[in-house]
Design a protein. Structure first.
Length: 549
């Protein structure tokens, strides 16, 4: 006790010295000077705290951007860089969207409207005929997931039946409102949701992910979090970064294991902080096709009271039905403790036409943050469940019709065939000299790389053979998403033959440099200044809308 008392006395002496020092520094100053100085110092400290800890970009990210901005502002270096950028952008515009000989863009309305028959003939002969990739024959990686000609005819009839329906007015179109409610309920059911699970339809996976991020941002705001933070694996879909940009959230990536391509759980745990508003698990991840550790991430979410979103846009209509068919896959749904929301694309392996996706929540308290409500608009009270105001009832109707036509048995059959086809392709790819498969794919996607040559050369070679592949980076690879069309007899073997032939040709000179768009991909991956890569992509987007021949 004497020691404690002595320490108290020593502390009082030191505090008294501090008081005396402060009074000495303040003596001779007027009261208004002290008040103003305190006010300005508080503002400065608040600004510094905001910049260091509450900014949507980390201090390292901003420092890197500043450094490259300075470098590019130097007269000689900056001019040379810009010249090369302009040259590459021009090359992209020229190579990616060429028109057939004799074709021109229509840039003016016709003076007189065309007949329906003439418009259809024009669309068929001059626009539909421009397609060169045989996507119906399975030469497209992902992208289209349809059920075939018979189903397409049904979709055309259903779409025509509901073509005028607008779900901004659900009381006017009760049938399509009922269809949407049923689609949501059916999805909640096969994701093992309880009676409180709910959701909405959206226009696609990106919107579904955006809505989940907005819902959790609103939840974080109510908890007093100023800068909500999304915590994801670096292999998560880019829509999470997009959401962070749109909604002024902080976006933090966690590395994946170099071999398995699964998220590093220890690193994920270390990055959880008081601003973390959501954790994300991919099922599967788009770049590598692996199902992340949903149960482990769910436990982290439960422990720290953080919502856990499962991005099942690619696997949502595959994994539940493959499990039901007896395949050994991990659980990814609401039966997993800690999972609070799921995004799933009906227009992928749900086989519905494009424009159909789902965002589902464990209960309506989470979903409420997704809604937008304006009670003070002079045009009346305005509310919308997702991003769009007007929503096509025809799209909702075709999604409902697809799910009713395919049924549980159809989804089970498709899931098993897709996974078996991916396993077949993966087995043979691993035997091709010069190629490797990243990670251990679980479902429908495999990512192919090479330690011997620039893998983007393989992408270009396959394009020349009539195939369209996705590309991935860090590490570089070509990505193949198996769809229903690839399960048709012989399609996988044709792909493997072309893959072997292209790889064998490249292996004759593995060190040769890539050319054309493959060279651009390779260069982009190696550029430390990502703003330059961003300019390349801007060039691509500008070329997309370019109407000059």
């Amino acid at each position: 006790m004497d020691v404690v008392e002595d320490l108290k006395e020593i502390s009082k002496l030191y505090l008294n010295d501090v008081y005396v020092l402060i009074n000495q520094q303040c003596s001779g100053h007027k009261a208004w000077e002290l008040i103003l100085g305190t006010f300005l110092a508080t503002l400065a400290l608040g600004w510094l705290w905001q910049e260091l800890f509450l900014h949507e970009l980390s201090l390292f990210q901003r420092s890197k951007l500043f450094f490259f901005r300075v470098v590019r502002s130097l007269p000689v270096i900056g001019r040379k860089i810009q010249e090369e950028l302009d040259k590459t952008k021009a090359s992209i515009a020229k190579d990616l969207f060429p028109l057939p000989p004799g074709y021109v863009y229509n840039t003016h309305l016709p003076d007189k409207g065309m007949t329906y028959e003439a418009v259809f003939d024009l669309a068929q002969s001059k626009y539909k005929s421009m397609e060169k990739i045989d996507w119906q024959g399975g030469r497209l990686s992902g992208g289209v997931y349809n059920c075939g000609e018979g189903h397409d005819k049904l979709m055309a009839k259903i779409y025509g039946l509901f073509v005028g329906d607008n779900l901004l007015y659900p009381d006017v179109f009760p049938g399509t409102r009922k269809m949407e409610a049923e689609v949501v309920a059916m999805c909640c059911d096969f994701f093992h949701g309880g009676p409180d699970t709910c959701g909405t339809m959206t226009s696609g996976g990106t919107e579904s992910i955006l809505m989940a991020c907005k819902a959790y941002r609103e939840r974080a705001y109510k908890q007093g979090i100023k800068t909500p933070e999304i915590l994801v694996a670096c292999s998560a879909h880019a829509a999470f970064a997009k959401a962070a940009k749109y909604f002024k959230m902080r976006y933090t990536e966690v590395p994946v294991d170099p071999q398995t391509k699964l998220v590093n759980l220890r690193a994920l745990r270390k990055k959880i902080n008081k601003n973390t508003c959501m954790l994300v698990a991919s099922a599967p991840s788009f770049p590598y096709g692996v199902i992340e550790q949903v149960e482990d991430i769910g436990q982290l979410g439960k422990r720290f009271n953080i919502p856990v979103h499962v991005d099942a846009c690619m696997g949502g209509f595959i994994i539940p039905f493959a499990k039901r068919a007896g395949l050994d896959l991990p659980s990814i749904d609401f039966a997993v403790e800690g999972v609070t929301s799921i995004s799933a694309d009906a227009h992928k392996y749900g086989l519905a036409p494009k424009g159909s996706s789902l965002i589902l929540y464990k209960n309506s308290k989470y979903r409420m943050g997704q809604f937008y409500v304006n009670t003070d608009w002079c045009g009346g009270i305005y509310a919308s469940p997702a991003v769009g105001g007007s929503r096509s009832g025809a799209i909702i109707a075709t999604c409902w019709a697809t799910m009713m036509a395919v049924g549980t048995d159809g989804y089970m059959d498709n899931a098993v065939k897709v996974i078996q086809t991916r396993e077949y392709i993966e087995k043979h790819v691993r035997d091709i000299p010069g190629l490797c498969v990243y990670g251990k794919p679980d479902v429908n996607i495999l990512s192919i790389g090479s330690q011997c040559f620039d893998i983007y050369r393989l992408g270009s070679a396959l394009t020349a053979q009539g195939w369209h592949m996705f590309t991935v980076q860090y590490p570089s690879g070509v990505n193949f998403a198996v769809t229903k069309m690839h399960t048709a007899p012989g399609v996988a073997d044709i792909f493997l033959k072309d893959l072997r032939d292209c790889t064998a040709e490249i292996m004759k000179d593995p060190k040769a440099k890539a050319e054309g768009i493959a060279a651009v991909y390779g260069m982009a991956e190696g550029l430390p200044d990502r703003s330059m890569v961003e300019e390349f992509v801007h060039g691509y987007l500008e070329a997309y809308y370019n109407t000059t021949n």
